[in-house]
Design a protein around this ligand. Structure first.
Ligand code: ARG
Length: 489
């Protein structure tokens, strides 16, 4: 009997593997009926991560005063909302998964789409993982070094440990359970900080906010840099586009979730910053290695340990979500033959895109060695906003080239134009103002993708075909198979 059971099991397994349309492997079912509330929580849960605990210092440093700093935080929220509105049109017009990749492909053809997937794999994913791990390390170590900045070796080692642990422990099943816990943790800590700030303000601690524009130093490029840091905290506003196919009543829920979710996060972020300023002067904030920890020590005294602990949870959640979306893109790009075959494989045992995760982890380790958080944020935002801008441009282009497509959600054209212009400014301003090596490296890395495009994707020599992915749902006998990865985030 045992044997027959095994046989049927085997048969079932084979059936599952050989049905090409079977895309329900992984945790897709978790999202197969995403309603409005889950949509909002997906946006909020992805956006809030490490940024709101790390960026306030850099935004203040680049703007010089409380007033412009709060304005930048609010403006980043507006920009994220406008960007997401463009994405709402794109996502309902082209319902393929893969987000930007599919839109760039439709509007500009394979070279741009390929460059996007290349940039994501080589730059965006590892650098965001690196930023999150370094933020984790700052928050995990600061409580042990009261009153001073933790030594660099300690933070780098902690970040390395974080990366290694995450890459080894990730599994879709586990992740979909822990993710809810992490999301709850970050919402709770934001709430605690906001409430503490309101109490402080009500008690009359408003002196740091009394002359908000004193010392403001706003130049063409420094505003751009402030935006880079603020926008890192808002990154993830495009998350719903990765799951439009699974959204219930998308034409109503997609725009609604965007209009509710992103402003909600913006309000939280501005309030958190006001809370920081209600307890710390600008100098204190700039000197603190981990703002929220200093805030906690000041305000929540017997319970101040709560802050670093929950921020650590939040960074775990952010890293977890960010790693899993990498799996989806490699799948979609793999479908077009734009990806090295092995990076599209998913382990059948626990549905984890292990090769992509390991590769991402290794690149991340390289990134954290020389760089600090701020350099990495600039590097990340530079590349990311170049492609957000291109994607908004693709909307405008397709209004003319693809008139026949059905557009259930129509974003006003001026919004798209504004997003393109702002992205253009964001990409150029910091370079024009202060040319740094990181932008040069970033551009070189992006363009070097073209070196591989010609032999590996365009010509498809017989030897390159062995490395590159080719079949949409090809199944390989080694126990791993290319299937879409629907991660928890
Ligand atoms: N905004 C997040 C944070 O503050 C980072 C999001 C990274 N990007 C992503 N698509 N998951 O940590």
């Amino acid at each position: 009997r045992k044997q027959t059971r095994k046989q049927t099991q085997n048969k079932d397994m084979k059936k599952q593997i050989q049905t090409p349309q079977n895309t329900s492997i992984g945790s897709r079912k978790h999202f197969s009926d995403v309603g409005l509330v889950s949509g909002i929580s997906l946006i909020v849960g992805t956006m809030i991560g490490s940024g709101i605990f790390i960026s306030p210092k850099a935004v203040l440093l680049t703007t010089g005063a409380v007033g412009p700093c709060l304005c930048v935080w609010a403006a980043c929220g507006v920009l994220a909302t406008l960007g997401a509105l463009c994405y709402a049109e794109l996502g309902t017009m082209i319902t393929k998964s893969g987000g930007e990749y599919s839109y760039l492909m439709e509007a500009f053809g394979p070279v741009v789409a390929y460059l996007y997937s290349w940039t994501t794999v080589i730059i965006l994913k590892p650098s965001s993982f690196a930023i999150i791990s370094l933020s984790f390390a700052e928050y995990a170590s600061t409580p042990f070094y009261p009153g001073c900045t933790p030594p660099m070796v300690v933070t780098k080692c902690l970040a390395t440990a974080f990366i290694i642990v995450l890459v080894n422990c990730l599994s879709v099943k586990l992740a979909s359970y822990v993710q809810n816990f992490f999301t709850a943790a970050k919402l709770l800590i934001i709430l605690v900080i906001v409430v503490a700030g309101i109490v402080l303000l009500a008690q009359g601690n408003t002196e740091n906010l009394s002359d908000p524009f004193e010392g403001a130093r706003t130049s063409f490029g420094s505003i751009g840099l402030a935006f880079y840091n603020g926008l890192w905290a808002y990154d993830g506003w495009n998350q719903l586009n990765f799951i439009t196919e699974e959204l219930k009543n998308p034409y109503r829920n997609l725009p609604l979730a965007i209009i509710i979710g992103i402003p909600l996060v913006s309000v939280c972020y501005v309030l958190v910053n006001i809370a920081y300023f209600s307890a710390l002067t600008t100098t204190e904030l700039l000197q603190s290695p981990a703002v929220a920890v200093t805030f906690g020590e000041r305000v929540l005294y017997p319970l101040s340990w709560v802050v670093p602990l929950f921020v650590v949870f939040s960074t775990f959640g952010a890293a977890n979500g960010s790693c899993f979306t990498a799996g989806r893109l490699t799948y979609v790009a793999g479908r077009e033959g734009h990806m090295v075959k092995i990076l599209s494989y998913i382990s059948l045992r626990n549905y984890t895109p292990s090769p992509a995760l390991i590769f991402n982890g290794m690149l991340t380790l390289i990134y954290i060695m020389p760089a600090d958080i701020n350099t990495l944020i600039n590097y990340f935002s530079f590349a990311q906003w170049a492609f957000y801008g291109l994607t908004a441009l693709s909307l405008i282009v397709m209004r003319f080239t693809r008139k026949e497509l059905n557009r259930p959600v129509k974003c006003p054209l001026p919004i798209a134009v504004l997003v393109v212009l702002v992205s253009f400014y964001l990409v150029l301003a910091p370079i024009v103002d202060k040319p740094e090596m990181e932008y040069l490296y970033c551009t070189i890395f992006i363009l070097s993708g073209l070196l591989f495009y010609y032999p590996f994707v365009h010509c498809r020599f017989s030897w390159t075909r062995q490395v590159m992915s080719e079949y949409p749902h090809g199944w390989y006998p080694s126990g791993v198979q290319m299937v879409p990865q629907w991660g928890p985030n």
